[in-house]
Design a protein around this ligand. Sequence first.
Ligand SMILES: [Fe+2]
Length: 286
Amino acid sequence: MIDAHSHVLSIAAGEVEKRRFNRMSKKIIAHFTDAHLGQKLVMGRGIEKDKMHYEHEPAEHQENLRQVLDDIARKGISNIIFGGDIGSSESVPRFFEILKAYPFAPSLLLGNHDAYADVTKYSRGDSNALTGKMCFSQDDGFFRSVFLDTSDNTVGDNQLTWLRHQADGASKIALFLHHPILEVDTPLERAGATLRDRDKLRMLLNGLPCEVWAFCGHYHMDDEVWEANIRQFVTPAVSYQIVKQAERVEVETGRVGYRVLEIDEGEIRTEVVMLDRTYHGGAKNS
Ligand SMILES: [Fe+2]
């Protein structure tokens, strides 16, 4: 399907896309986020303790995750970054079981629904630069990629200090974190789900002498916004979408999404992929 958004790819053209991605000697990454496995959304309860309200339903959103991973694999993309919110604590083993079935090189972030202790049983990340935080950084040629842990809804002073050091000598930074930094024009901004120390993080980034490309999830929508040297991209969710322009927080369950990044020397190109959900049933999975 074609979304109104000009960046969106057509899934019907999957084979064409695969050839196109393989042809380029660029680093291609799929950024997917907010799987919410085992979490069935309950509407009308508002947001409690910074979170939407969910009921435990073991099979919830598993087929969405498989659909997204199938599509990424079909495009021949092997580098994947998960942007956080695996789902319920009980679903963490299933998330890694599903992931293992694919030939991916994954990097993982924690979201506000994830617990460090649950996830690090299965993945310690590329390295843990700070004790108790799943944060790490790596050089991608022209870019320094930095991954932050905002699972407690904050960046925290220790990570801010660490981040400042990671920026030393970097000409561009690709920043991956669960929560948006810059304000998005949507009712969710006023629902109490924002990163608590976002202003501190924004000020730190604004003070850096380089461009920052930030990739996040959490808001379950496609958004792109610029402010000074920060360019922020919000990636749609694997689980369900939240309507960006609405009177109050509204949900859309018919589509799943993720984002493709093409890192080519000093440039990042990015586009969102939206897919109609192929499975709408109940508990199909064992
Ligand atoms: Fe989240």
